[in-house]
Design a protein around this ligand. Structure first.
Ligand code: NG6
Ligand code: CA
Length: 508
């Protein structure tokens, strides 16, 4: 019998096979993306950013094979606002109520607008978050922690979520996996309040003698004691569901590794939100004493090791070459942020903000200029970049990479910096608004800080706020430490910058 290779049917079959093959290849070629976000890690905290009192070999290796940014920013000097911006592509100060949230806050990320994970979802990626959330869950403050808690990360773009709701120093000290607190015994329901004591467990205020790590005087953290650590907020019940602080980071790491393994054959986006080196710093036993800087330094060692574990997992699964890792921090550093954990007494000459002035909470560069490393072994050539970029740009940059259109009027502060992130262009943002207590605007290396009432020094944390009732203008090119206020010398520039800020604020 003669073969009938050229029959319309065979041609169609061959064509279909070809198309299927091409789509599979295209699908496989989409790089995985992991955004690793540290909590309160400063510009000077990594050896690749000049730290000498601490060694961070894994992050150094990541930087050595990727692009290390020297002028990259979180939008804000605190967590919730900068994470809100990263998620939504909008400046957080545009929306009321975007400030450091208590652990019982409702979700503040809009559910009807594009988000960073939403971009990946639209492009056919599997999306996951593992780690600290701090953008609220549920519809209201008063919620039942013992049932389904929604909306949360799963309603704003993540297929899978394994989070703790707020910060490690806030109740409830539990993990929430896709709407549910894990390991919960229904006979011991959780109750949470930030306004009044619930249950009869001791508080740090009443029983400081029970604390294994003392809270700093005048800085709160003296409500319900959990694992010997006074927290912000009151909690009762949920004993089996409470995390062990020393295990916290391992739990997140395991879940993150699982996400990688589970998605070996599908492109994925993982937002891995580490808790280090945020307070309470309670590193795993194997990291205690590994730095000369007390638990804060040890937590950075743990963080660096964790990033190394992720890199190893990518290698083991064969995904290392085609996975983009973006590493950054949600805001600048702080030493004493509520616990007497020796961060101050064992500072040992370490400068957590490096050459920058201020730190967490501050309008000075120490508040928002953070480590930022992008690695993609298959594509990126190692480089250093001093382009101005911001975490708010991730949304539009990845949308551009994946050819996803962003609806008009959404993610309006996010700029497509893809070529810059990949080291192909040195042309960063034209201008960027930064949020400490006061708003600032940066353009062409000039920084204008709006006049602002309020203390010049945040007492408890001992950080210069950047507040001043006079206008401040710095030239960051020659004066990254913001020492010389040039406002009087350049009144025209001041005017220009003030007008620019107003224009950006008015952007619809
Ligand atoms: C502050 C807390 C601080 C920390 C911070 C949030 C006090 C006195 N200080 O209000 O300990 O929890 O909020 O940090 O309560 S962040 O990185 O999540 O923004
Ligand atoms: Ca933070």
């Amino acid at each position: 019998m003669k073969s009938n290779l050229l029959s319309p049917r065979s041609v169609l079959l061959v064509l279909l096979c070809f198309l299927w093959h091409q789509t599979t290849i295209a699908q496989q070629k989409k790089p995985n993306v992991i955004y690793i976000c540290a909590d309160d890690l400063g510009y000077g905290d990594l050896s690749c950013y000049g730290a000498t009192k601490i060694k961070t070999p894994n992050l150094d290796a990541l930087a050595a094979n990727g692009v290390l940014f020297t002028n990259a920013h979180a939008t804000s000097a605190t967590c919730t606002p900068s994470r809100y911006a990263m998620m939504t592509g909008e400046y957080p100060w545009r929306k009321d109520g975007v400030r450091i949230l208590p652990g019982d806050a409702a979700l503040i990320v809009p559910q009807n607008k594009i988000t960073l994970p939403g971009v990946f979802k639209k492009a056919g990626y599997k999306t996951a978050i593992v780690g600290k959330w701090h953008l609220g869950i549920g519809t209201q403050v008063d919620k039942d922690w013992n049932g389904d808690i929604r909306p949360g990360p799963n309603e704003v773009g993540f297929d899978y979520s394994f989070i703790f709701p707020a910060t490690a120093d806030r109740v409830p000290t539990v993990f929430v996996e896709n709407h549910r607190v894990i390991a919960l015994d229904t006979n011991d329901p959780i109750q949470v309040s930030y306004t009044k004591k619930v249950g009869d467990e001791p508080t740090g205020k009443e029983h400081p003698e029970l604390l294994k790590m003392k809270s700093s005087p005048g800085q709160g953290h003296d409500q319900t004691i959990i694992n010997g650590i006074g927290r912000i907020g009151y909690m009762s019940g949920g004993k089996t569901a409470r995390w062990t602080d020393e295990e916290l980071s391992f739990t997140f790491l395991n879940k993150a590794k699982q996400v990688i393994t589970d998605n070996k054959t599908t492109p994925f986006f993982l937002y891995f939100a580490l808790t280090e080196p945020h307070v309470p710093r309670m590193p795993a036993t194997m990291f205690k004493g590994t730095s000369a800087l007390g638990y804060r330094g040890d937590a950075i060692m743990q963080l660096d090791w964790t990033v190394g574990q992720i890199m190893q997992q990518l290698k083991a699964t064969g995904l290392d070459k085609n996975t983009i890792i973006v590493f950054s921090s949600d805001n600048g550093p702080v030493l004493d942020d509520g616990y007497m954990d020796e961060a101050v007494t064992k500072q040992n000459g370490h400068l957590p903000a490096g050459p920058l002035r201020g730190g967490k909470y501050s309008a000075f560069e120490g508040g928002t200029r953070v480590p930022f490393i992008v690695s993609w072994p298959a594509t990126i050539k190692p480089a250093k970049s001093d382009a101005l970029v911001c975490q708010v740009d991730l949304l539009n940059s990845f949308a551009a990479m994946l050819h996803i259109s962003v609806p008009a009027n959404e993610a309006r502060d996010s700029e497509n910096m893809l070529d810059v992130l990949l080291g192909k262009s040195a042309k960063g943002r034209d201008a960027l608004v930064l949020q400490g207590g006061a708003l600032s605007v940066v353009k062409d290396n000039w920084k204008y800080i709006t006049p602002n009432k309020g203390p010049a020094l945040f007492g408890g944390v001992n950080i210069e706020s950047g507040n001043s009732e006079s206008v401040q203008l710095y030239n960051l090119k020659n004066d990254v430490g913001e020492q010389n206020n040039l406002a009087e010398k350049y009144p025209e520039r001041v005017k220009e910058m003030a007008v620019l800020l107003e224009k950006i604020k008015d952007k619809k």
